[in-house]
Design a protein around this ligand. Structure first.
Ligand SMILES: [Zn+2]
Length: 205
């Protein structure tokens, strides 16, 4: 299956993508991870991305698209992936359409106010990097949780503004192409995953 996961900041998109990978054996392609891997492997686009990041700029569309194109040309990946963090814009979605055919797009739909409040409360474990919002000590490592630098009200508001502006038109785009499926992301992680599984098993005998 060739999937895209869409969702606002804090929607648990990455977590669900991991779960889809474990359950269905598809390759989880996270844009952040993809960029890091290219930099580590010193690919042509990785070297370009590194110098851009070092200047403090965002990696531009054409470079990210090239990285996606490269990984999707892999025999093992090309018909068996879930994209997380890409596409982010309609322009990227159009570029992706020229690379491959997408089967389903799943939108994890969340309540903005509730998610913002949860993100403000959340803390991260300095050891295992897991996030929690209902405890002060990591239950796995038994160390005090810390606040993430980017989890303050202003940066959270900014991330939501960028999402509204760039990603919302994507939802319209995939709705128009009849590829969009919605799940209620306000439910707990396991329930959201159950709903996603239903969508993915649909149409298969
Ligand atoms: Zn921990």
């Amino acid at each position: 299956m060739r999937l895209i996961l869409l969702g606002a900041p804090g929607s648990g998109k990455g977590t669900q993508a991991q779960k889809i990978q474990s359950e269905f054996g598809v390759c989880h392609i996270s844009t952040g991870e993809l960029i890091r891997q290219n930099i580590k492997d010193k690919t042509k686009v990785g070297v370009m991305a590194e110098s851009i990041i070092n200047k403090g700029d965002l990696v531009p569309d054409n470079i990210v698209i090239e990285m996606v194109k490269n990984i999707l040309s892999d025999e093992k990946v090309k018909d068996n992936f879930v994209l997380d963090g890409f596409p982010r814009t309609v322009a990227q979605a159009e570029a992706l359409d020229n690379i491959t055919k997408i089967d389903k797009v799943i939108l994890i739909d969340t309540d903005t106010q509730e998610t913002k409040e949860r993100m403000l409360k959340r803390k991260i474990c300095p050891l295992c990097q897991k996030t929690f919002s209902d405890t002060l000590v990591c239950p796995n490592c038994n160390v005090t949780l810390i606040k993430r630098d980017d989890d303050n009200e202003q940066t959270i508001d900014e991330r939501f503004m960028v999402y509204e502006k760039q990603t919302k038109p994507l939802v319209e785009y995939y709705l128009k192409n009849k590829l969009l499926y919605k799940v209620d992301g306000n439910k707990d992680i396991e329930q959201v995953f159950k709903d996603i599984k239903c969508i993915l098993n649909e149409g298969k005998v």
